[in-house]
Write a protein that binds this ligand. Structure first.
Ligand code: NAD
Length: 492
């Protein structure tokens, strides 16, 4: 464990402003518990409007010089940052697991996904500001992107490293300065990322963290110097942040929750499908906005369901399944299972009362499969955000699509089939931003961008890839005439 990581586990995590950890006197703090065993691993302060204003002023000062650093030099900072994180991957993954509850391999994978966005941002010099056309004799039109100024990112608990890294590399790589409000449930990892950025040569004040809860978010939305806000979290909060932010004249992209449908055709490869469905539903204990939540069996696919049940039973809390974030989340998830049971559902696999020896205070729920409910049942409609899969049965692919299309969310939808025509039809008709064919977590890899549809997203565009570049910049069109001829034309 190196010094950056060991200092992350301090009594009270500081805000990170102008390259230094700082605390406000007498500010309220929130206890941070490890979902793995309930132990107290820190406290996180709640920033008020004054602290937010100080952080924004620092970021404003830093913007003047950072925005003028050539993009190739900004990209070099991101190269070095990526290398530093890779060198400490295992130790950083331990910290992510400790505060979030996911398994070590899941933590490593989420950091690596975040580094893929960093890698994309290191290519900004190659993909940025390269459009120029002679639009009339001697007249050139060029487009150039400019950073917005001070921008903010508000992130959820379920990916302490990856979701911040969807925003930070592209936002700062394009020349903005950044205020990050991490989830108060996982505040430790961002401070470590801040330290790596600084060691990579990022000037002070370019990336700042204000910790806190909704009070801090409101202070960010009220601050007129923040030009854009990227948000990732539940749909209810995403909508609020979008409405309040845009009313205040800010550019906002707010990604929300999800209810993802996996459709299994009778011709699907049973073994591959079963393993893949289970991985999608139970990876990260179901706390992924891309997790399978509803399994729609078309026709007679019972032989595949049997294999999915067998796969679910191989996944055990404390061994190859992590914890859910809090005792309240565990209770909420178990309540869904209990209410379904009371209303006559078949609990094909029951994950309640999970027990992990030596970690009795951890928040564990084992894989669960619920069947025998109507498509309108709360288990088939609500985002449960735990390791729970609800099974529906239909007679045709169109019936499956009608259920998928009717759900208000639209992050991911997937089909399992060996028929290319069926896969193509589903890909065209499903109402979601990310489609999987024989893949249950269809997260695009850069340069393809991440983003959902419908109530899984408020605002326009995706959060990563070229849409990320567009979101964090303004486009200027510069028309230039350098010609010896005095002839007039329509552009004179
Ligand atoms: P959340 O909405 O509770 O919190 C997200 C952020 O908003 C946190 O920083 C939190 O402090 C802040 N916040 C909470 N309540 C607020 C309020 N009333 N006003 C202002 N700010 C508030 O989400 P969460 O529980 O941390 O994360 C899980 C949710 O995030 C799930 O719904 C999941 O689907 C979603 N998520 C979506 C994506 C995506 O790409 N669409 C990715 C990851 C997570």
């Amino acid at each position: 464990m190196n010094d950056v990581l060991s200092s992350a586990r301090v009594k009270t995590t500081g805000h990170y402003i102008n390259g230094e950890e700082t605390l406000q006197q007498d500010a309220p703090v929130i206890e941070v518990n490890s979902p793995l065993d309930g132990s107290v691993i820190g406290n996180v302060p709640v920033a008020d409007g004054n602290l937010v204003r100080d952080a924004v002023n620092v970021a404003k000062n830093a913007f003047a010089s950072w925005s003028e650093v050539p993009v190739k030099d900004r990209a070099q900072v991101l190269f070095r940052f990526k290398q530093l994180v890779e060198n400490d991957l295992n130790a950083l993954a331990e910290l992510v697991s400790e505060e979030n509850g996911k398994t070590h391999s899941e933590s490593k994978a989420e950091i690596e996904k975040g580094l893929e966005v960093t890698e994309f941002a290191t290519s900004l010099p190659q993909i940025y500001n390269q459009e120029l056309l002679e639009v009339s004799r001697g007249v050139d039109c060029a487009s150039r992107r400019y950073p917005l100024g001070v921008v903010a990112g508000i992130t959820p608990f379920n990916f302490p490293a990856m979701v911040p890294l969807w925003m930070i590399p592209i936002a700062i790589g394009t020349g903005n300065t950044f205020i990050h409000k991490p989830s108060e449930q996982v505040p430790l990892t961002p401070n470590v990322l801040a330290e790596y950025l600084q060691r990579a040569g990022l000037p002070k004040g370019v990336y700042n963290i204000v910790h806190g809860d909704k009070t801090t978010v409101e202070a960010l939305l009220d601050n007129n110097d923040i030009k854009a806000v990227g948000f990732v979290g539940s749909s209810a909060v995403a909508k609020l942040v979008y409405q309040k932010g845009t009313m205040a004249g800010k550019r906002v992209l707010a990604l929300g929750g999800a209810k993802n449908h996996l459709v299994v055709m009778p011709d699907a490869d049973a073994d591959i499908t079963a393993a893949n469905v289970a991985a999608s539903a139970y990876g990260c204990a179901g706390q992924r906005c891309m997790a399978a939540s509803v399994l729609i069996l078309v026709g007679n696919s019972d032989h595949i369901l049997e294999k999915i049940i067998a796969e679910a039973q191989k996944i055990r809390a404390g061994i190859n399944l992590g914890a859910v974030i809090s005792p309240a989340a565990k209770q909420r998830i178990e309540n869904y299972i209990t209410r379904a049971e009371q209303n006559g559902a078949d609990i094909l696999v029951d994950g309640r009362n999970a027990f992990v020896k030596g970690k009795e205070q951890g928040n564990y729920v084992n894989p669960t499969i619920i069947a025998g409910v109507e498509p309108t049942n709360e288990c088939a409609c609500d985002e449960i955000f735990g390791p729970v899969l609800t099974v529906l049965r239909v007679g045709s692919l169109d019936e499956a699509l009608a259920i998928e299309n009717a759900n208000p969310y639209g992050n991911a939808a997937a089909i399992y089939t060996t028929n290319g025509g069926t896969a193509r039809y589903f890909s065209e008709k499903a109402s979601a931003g990310m489609i999987g064919v024989n893949i249950g977590v269809p997260v695009p890899r850069e340069p393809f961008s991440f983003g959902g549809w419908n109530s899984s997203r408020f605002g326009y565009g995706d959060i990563t890839g070229m849409d990320g570049v567009r979101f964090w910049t303004n486009l200027k069109k510069i028309t230039t005439k350098w010609t010896a001829s005095a002839a007039k034309n329509w552009m004179s």
